[in-house]
Design a protein around this ligand. Sequence first.
Ligand code: GP9
Ligand code: MN
Length: 653
Amino acid sequence: MNKIRLSKKLNNSHITFLIIAVVLFWIKTYAAYQIEFNLGIDNNLQKFLLLVNPLSSALFFFGLALLFKKRTKLVMIVMNFLLSFLLYANIAYYRFFNDFITVPVLMQAKTNAGQLGDSALSLMSPWDIFYFADFFILIALALTVFKKVTVTNRKSFKLVLLFAITTFLFNLGLAEKDRPQLLTRSFDRNYLVKYLGAYNFTIYDVIQNIKSSSQRALADSSDITDVENYRKANYAEPNPQYFGKAKGMNVIYVSLESLQTFIIDYKMPDGQEVMPFLHSLTHDKNTFYFDNFYHQTGQGKTSDAEFLMENSLYPMAQGAVFVNKAQNTYQAMPAILKGQGYTSAVFHGNQKTFWNRNVIYKAFGYDQFFDSEYYNMSDENTKNYGLKDKPFFKESMPLLKSLKQPFYTKFISLSNHFPFGMDPGDTEFPVGDYGDSVVNQYFQSAHYLDEAIKQFFDDLKASGLYDNTVVVMYGDHYGISENHNEAMTKVLGVDEITPAINAKLQRVPLFIHVPGVKGGIQSQVGGEVDVRPTVLHLLGIDTKDYMEFGSDLLSKQHRNWALFRNGDFVSSNVIQVKDKCYSAKTEELLENPEACKDISEKVNTELQMSDEIVYKDLLRFYKPEGYTPINPDDYDYLGPNEKKGNKATEDNH
Ligand code: GP9
Ligand code: MN
């Protein structure tokens, strides 16, 4: 009897209608994930998450309808239409751009629609109507079987909401397990969709944008004045010995993934050098090698290093500038050099959306972005995040040679990335024996990087480019974190990794090869922020009008200290870690913390000034003398087969 009543009740309730709506919508979304998007699922947990992630949003949004006492079904159907529309919009957008829709994309809908042009229709197919199938089914059900259901019980709303939240937290928990700091670091839209779903991604994106635009809205042009004064007071004049010595030459930057300074001249216990080629460059006659140079990155890792290098501003304390501040105005290296007749390009064997590169590169003024679509991403060519370094540099050569000179380019290597695993046959070099697999593999994968760079240099020489090109190579950030300190004591032959030693471990190599200029080992203290003025001065471009925080490493007025994003710093005399002051020479704690006070104050002011610029988007109120602003809308980075009609290419090549 009871059973019959229950089934009768269910038959006629809004809950049943909701369950049907949720299940249909769930199946549809999952099918769309499988058919339309290329999310790079690589383990069972990710497969599982992809399956469950539409559930929480479906429950939540359809559940909202239960708040309405009347017309519940109608609200649910409207909800379904809106969500289906969002999904379908993403599908159509993805078919063309290989990316998901974000708030800024919607804001610039006019430009994007322009880019799509006539092809918008060709992105749709009559079969796409199936992405609205559940919408029609719900209408049919509402008009027939569920016609008589009219009144909603509010209690059920709370229950559904509770269920939705629990499902979401479960989903998020598992996602964080597979990919720690997913939300705070926010590295890639593909990742967010893969782990949390297309709908939750949109919610996340909306929140991020509200946060960002409110900070921006509160700023005005007077805010730049303080920064301008600070900048003028701290400008280090170019050294006449080097100024303009590389004028008109091509420029190649190479981001050396996770490469730390300690490994450059490291020998394995059997005497084998880990990086024979890079080590030999430290003594090359036309190369400056900086052995006291520090990374200054935060959570944005590789992208933070890129940001520092090209803007000479500091990254954000949390999250990645590349992701959260991509709509800002920048006066970056490619844009500055464009004014001197340079073309520009980035080479990277990973998806273009990673770190939101395909968006922020436009704000930097990059003409071209050769992403994974330009390379042979076969199974044997790829590992971890993408293309292995050897095929990467090999396949990049013809692309590089096709560029109009002088060019400014950036190569982002990938193989030496945590957890540093190699495939058999990648390199002959052995793994280390330090009782920690990550540390052990680091030596092998760093060696592979060394081989790849040697191959690249050989190719540059063979192509004739080498003699007319400044090559800047830098380690982007640490590779071995503090979690591996025990093994690192063995590697370095010390008893303990003290705070000062740990600070010194944040050294990354910096090489600047300048044809025809006598180089040498440089031991002044500097950081990634300092590279831009150094290189611009070599190219004969004075930086005094640019809003930047770097200090030319070759200037006689170079300040000789480098800060970390957390406010710690290293100088030639003292090192500050967590408010404690250490001697840079002995690495001992200093009795008198006053020794750090001077620089510490400067560090705080400088971080604050840089944050002002980044958080409030202050460069939109400032134009350096002689600089021509770029318009990000003039750029687009389509795949190798979509080149036709690419504005940037037509105008600039
Ligand atoms: C991915 C590469 C690596 O494209 O830049 O990123 P990381 O984790 O080092 O920031
Ligand atoms: Mn990196």
